[in-house]
Design a protein around this ligand. Structure first.
Ligand code: G1P
Length: 296
């Protein structure tokens, strides 16, 4: 019997240098995909998967993230007075319940492993999810949930630790964590090895770690050691390699699409894909897109 996954950690302390000047005063997680911040899409994915407590590991200059997940009293009162009830409902639907969002700070940019470790007191002694907000997932048309829901399904089946993976072109493997696979169960598989940002030509496969994890709390004492890996940072992947010596790790092939919104290209294609899936704008946007593409 596996324990229920109730808590999710969102590491949101990154500087967003790839999106300057847009991210000079706005956190990169607050850039919009269609009508909501990137981070809102990722939090929605967690909520749909049954997550009840949202833990944000923030940094300096990220205060608006906290405001986004709070009541905006003056705004909501004005919407109410003006009878804009649909807009008001849209805000209240997305609001975490009182006490269901926690914020802690990563004081120094020491790496993803360090960011996750910063959440240890709030997570406590139970398995938890991690969602990297750069990676935005979209369910396959007409079936299944988003990536975290599929990870939780795999966790309920296999127990232990779960990592979502996705194929990338071999020439891009040096930008990601890469896994090697053992016994294949179809949508899930055994993970036999992991490496963070392998040098070009050295990746054991083209399966990248795509930013959704279910981890046991035993990862925390490992991360606490603060051992540095690729790029001189405390890497989550290295912590997972150490944990895999004593606990099982399974991979999930997400049946859907993942957009790496940490890159301009991924961010732009996410906007196109989410607009085309949004009933409010899909049809007129398609017509606009055709015009723009026709002019090329
Ligand atoms: C992080 C992880 C890496 C993963 C990637 C997905 O890297 O360390 O394993 O593949 O996210 O985006 P980062 O993008 O923070 O360099």
């Amino acid at each position: 019997m596996t324990k229920r996954i109730r808590k999710a950690v969102f590491p949101v302390a990154g500087l967003g240098t790839r999106f300057l000047p847009a991210t000079k005063s706005i956190p990169k997680e607050m850039l919009t995909i269609v009508d909501r911040p990137v981070l809102q899409h990722v939090v929605d994915e967690a909520r749909e998967a049954g997550i009840e407590h949202f833990i944000f590991v923030t940094g300096r200059n990220k205060a608006v993230i906290e405001d986004h997940f709070d009541i905006a009293f003056e705004l909501e009162e004005t919407l109410q007075k003006r009878g804009k009830l649909k807009e008001l409902q849209g805000l209240t639907d997305l609001l975490p319940a009182a006490g269901a969002a926690s914020f802690t700070r990563q004081q120094e940019p020491l790496g993803l492993g360090h960011a996750v470790w910063c959440a240890r007191e709030i997570v406590g002694d139970e398995p938890f999810a991690v969602l990297l907000p750069d990676m935005v997932t979209q369910a396959a048309a007409g079936k299944g949930g988003r990536c975290l829901a599929q990870c939780i399904e795999a966790y309920e089946k296999h127990g232990g630790n779960i990592i979502a993976a996705e194929e990338v072109p071999m020439e891009e493997t040096h930008q990601y964590g890469i896994i090697s696979i053992g016994k294949d169960f179809g949508p899930t598989f055994e993970i036999t090895g992991m490496v963070e940002k392998p040098p070009k030509g050295m990746a054991p496969s083209n399966l990248m770690i795509s930013g959704r994890y279910i981890l046991g709390p035993e990862i925390f004492p490992i991360l606490e050691k603060g051992e540095k890996g690729a790029g001189g940072e405390i890497q989550l992947t290295d912590g997972m390699i150490a944990l895999s010596k004593t606990q099982a790790f399974h991979g999930v092939r997400f049946d859907g699409k993942t957009f790496d919104c940490g890159s301009k290209l991924g961010f732009l294609s996410a906007n196109v894909a989410f607009a085309l899936a949004n009933p409010e704008v899909a049809a007129p946007f398609k017509a606009e897109l055709k015009k723009v593409l026709g002019a090329l």
